[in-house]
Design a protein around this ligand. Structure first.
Ligand SMILES: Nc1ncnc2c1ncn2[C@@H]1O[C@H](COP(=O)(O)OP(=O)(O)OP(=O)(O)O)[C@@H](O)[C@H]1O
Ligand SMILES: [Mg+2]
Length: 747
């Protein structure tokens, strides 16, 4: 948008002053102009009045001369030519005036002249060189300006023609110096710079109030002559004979045809009015200027705080401060309102920012949670799949190992050759390692049968640390810090030993040059949702921290430690099943695990065990008793795997038992019916057709008192758990284990 005219406060104020002052100035100018004109007119009137007055005075003067002429013309002495007597009479009549009387014959002979002393009349002819006359009465004429002989100066003559008694025509003159009209003008009080002029019928100057000598007898200017011809009375601008530009008034007397002229120099004319006009104009301009300057100053006084305010308002959003109070109420009010608005704005902004930050944090948190949930789901699915696979393999392996170990044992029994015995021992230890491996696999796939009970964690840690001393070697210093008054946990004590062993071995491997292994126990509550599949869920736990001063792990390693078969150790030194197995057991016990590790500093592994409501039972070693005698006892052995069945039957027979074998559940039931002497049933769980648990139920229906022991390779622990709550024997087993479990049942 283009800025509007008068867009600033200052400009508007100037405009305001202009709007207020200009009309006033115009009116004042008009008034001044009028008064100037009025004064001009008054001056003109004064001028005209003056010419009239002069005209009247001159007319009266001429009239006096005429009266004198009239009076003398009636003289007896004159009529009778008695010139001496007439001279005396005439002198008497004009005494006290500056006039004189002369009598001249028609042919110019001078008879009387009172200008001369009595008796000294020069004898000479007087030729009245008359340049023109005008009749101003009966036989009376007024001459135009005449240059006299005595005195030799311009004179004014009024003449009457008379006839003496003897019939002679004479001219009777009353004469006066032209200069005497100067006095007349002086009586009119003509101001010094004005010019008064008496002009005769010929337009010749008779008398002039200024520079009389220089102009008397001269003709008026041609232009003046023209004007005089045009009108008898007027006021007009002219230039005087001495070249002064003037306003001139004139009046021509109708009787004498003489003209009175008064000229005022133009600059004299209405001098006061003009002065007032000029002063008014200067004053007006000065006032206007002052007003404008004042407007600019006042405008600046308003504009400055406004500009400051506008600048500050621009900076308010960026947190700028407002200027100090300006002293202008409206601006200060706006300023206060603006400050309030800015404060509000900033508060809102902060709120918005906080909200935004909160939102961002929440989004980040949710995203992370989602990623974690997805990851743990994927992990869980992976574990599930791997678990199924390993569980299946482990089951078959256990059957195989049962046969292998059982057969080795049987061979060992009948062997005396030390060489064979050594080889058998090697084979047996390899088979036992295989059995441990399948055990780990089962543990990882969470398909291990756990015997959870209320366990005193501190007791487990104390006994485990004793064992660890010998296992880890002297380079590793073991330290325990046990929390006081810890509640019992719901756990499988044997598995807990296994877990501690696993963690301790990992710690040792991370400290090849030795170091300190610290085991700390403490009660701990978890409030948050688990972070990752391995973390414990919310609840109350007893935590066992296993801290080492080893190499620590990189983030990459740390992210993979729970993957089965992930190891950084050399081939033959680690299978990568340690931590997966630990995790599997802990999860199966409703616990969890967390690992913190810093490369070069060490690792802290914390395992969480759920608190139990029960009281821990301290294992009391069972009194050594001599087990029941199995000789002659008839045992029904049902297993679909002929190798396992064979070796198990052999183990039973070694104990002195009689063995009735069956390859399936159905067959076992049939045998039970045909052989009523059967005292004990040993059934495999996983079999095609009737499984061990189903077969056991049917047997119970027929023979409720018959002791039944189920063997399992943990193919499906959940299924087994749902179907069978009776005694169990884990595959692979040794003859001793088998005998121990059977002893328990018969006791
Ligand atoms: N305390 C520890 N300090 C440093 N690294 C560790 C520690 N515990 C585990 N690790 C790392 O985690 C990997 C996996 O450990 P895990 O116990 O599962 O398998 P392993 O020890 O390699 O083999 P296994 O335990 O089956 O004999 C190890 O190879 C090692 O790199
Ligand atoms: Mg390990």
């Amino acid at each position: 948008m283009a800025p509007a005219a008068f867009a600033t406060v200052r400009a508007r104020l100037v405009l305001l002053v202009a709007v207020l002052l200009v009309p006033a100035a115009i009116v004042a100018a008009a008034l001044l102009w009028r008064s100037y004109h009025e004064e001009h007119r008054a001056a003109e009137t004064q001028l005209t009045g003056m010419t009239r007055a002069m005209s009247i005075a001159v007319d009266r003067d001429i009239g006096q001369a005429r009266v004198l002429v009239e009076a003398l013309s009636a003289s007896w002495w004159l009529k009778h030519g008695r010139w001496r007597e007439f001279d005396a009479q005439a002198r008497e009549v004009v005494a006290g005036t500056d006039r004189w009387v002369s009598v001249v014959t028609e042919d110019g002979r001078l008879l009387v002249n009172t200008h001369y002393p009595v008796g000294q009349l020069p004898v000479r002819n007087v030729k009245l060189a008359v340049s023109g006359t005008i009749g101003i009465g009966d036989r009376i004429v007024l001459h135009n300006l005449h240059f006299g002989v005595a005195p030799r100066e311009p004179i004014v003559i009024v003449t009457r023609t008379i006839r003496t008694e003897d019939g002679q025509r004479l001219l009777l003159n009353v004469v006066r110096r032209a200069s005497s009209f100067l006095e007349l003008m002086q009586q009119q009080h003509i101001p010094p710079r004005w010019t008064g002029v008496v002009v005769d019928g010929n337009r010749t100057v008779i008398a002039r109030s200024r520079a009389n000598e220089a102009f008397v007898g001269k003709s008026v200017s041609p232009s003046m002559r023209e004007r005089l011809a045009q009108s008898d009375e007027d006021v007009q601008p002219t230039v005087t004979l001495d070249g002064i530009s003037s306003i001139t008034a004139w009046k021509t007397s109708p009787t004498t045809r003489w003209t009175m002229i008064v000229a005022v120099p133009r600059d004299e004319m209405a001098r006061g009015a003009r002065g007032a006009l000029i002063a008014g104009t200067i004053l007006g301009i000065a006032l206007l200027g002052l007003g404008l300057v004042g407007a600019v100053l006042v405008g600046r006084g308003i504009a400055r705080p406004l500009e400051r305010l506008s600048r500050a308002a621009g900076g308010l959003a960026e947190g700028g401060a407002l200027p100090p109070p300006s002293g202008l109420a409206e601006i200060d009010a706006v300023q206060i309102a603006l400050a309030g608005a800015a404060k509000l704005l900033r508060a809102r902004e902060q709120e918005l920012r906080d909200l935004n930050q909160d939102l961002e944090a929440r989004v980040t948190e949710r995203t992370r949670e989602l990623a974690e949930a997805t990851e743990s789901l994927v992990q869980a699915q992976k574990m599930e799949a791997v678990g199924r696979l390993t569980g299946g393999i482990a089951h078959d392996f256990n059957n195989l190992l049962t046969a292998v170990i059982g057969n080795i044992e049987l061979i060992e029994k009948g062997n005396a050759d030390p060489k064979v015995a050594r080889r058998l021992a090697n084979a047996r230890s390899a088979a036992e390692r295989g059995a441990r491996l399948t055990g780990q696999l089962l543990a990882f796939s969470r398909r291990q049968r756990l015997h959870t009970e209320a366990v005193d964690v501190n007791a487990v840690v104390t006994s485990a640390s004793e064992l660890l001393h010998s296992t880890l070697g002297s380079a590793i210093e073991i330290e325990t810090a046990l929390g006081a008054d810890l509640p019992a946990v719901e756990a499988d004590a044997t598995q807990l030993d296994l877990i501690l062993l696993n963690l301790a071995i990992n710690a040792r491997d991370a400290m090849p040059d030795g170091g300190r292994l610290r085991i700390v126990t403490a009660a701990q509550s978890v409030d948050d949702a688990p972070r990752g599949a391995e973390a414990p869920g919310p609840g109350d736990y007893v935590a066992i921290r296993v801290e080492d001063q080893g190499t620590g792990m990189s983030a990459e390693t740390l992210s993979r430690v729970f993957e089965p078969f992930f190891t950084t150790k050399e081939t033959g030194h680690g299978t990568g099943l340690g931590l997966p197995q630990v995790l599997g057991i802990l999860k199966q016990m409703q616990g969890g695990i967390a690992i913190e590790s810093t490369q070069g500093i060490g690792t802290v592994v914390t395992i969480y065990l759920p608190i139990s409501g029960g009281v821990p039972v301290h294992a009391v070693p069972a009194p050594v008793t001599i087990g029941p005698d199995w000789s002659g006892v008839c045992v029904l052995l049902v297993d679909d795997d002929p190798d396992v069945r064979g070796v198990t039957a052999e183990m039973l027979r070694e104990q002195g038992c009689e063995v009735v074998e069956a390859g399936s559940g159905r067959e076992g039931l049939a045998q039970l019916e045909s052989e009523p002497a059967i005292d004990f049933a040993l059934l495999d769980f996983a079999m095609p057709g009737l499984n061990g648990a189903e077969a056991a139920r049917l047997i119970r229906a027929q023979r409720p008192d018959l002791p039944i022991l189920l063997m399992s390779g943990y193919a499906d622990l959940e299924q087994l758990g749902a179907l069978w709550s009776g005694p169990m024997l884990s595959k692979p087993f040794t003859a001793a284990t088998l005998r121990a479990r059977m002893d328990e049942l018969r006791a």
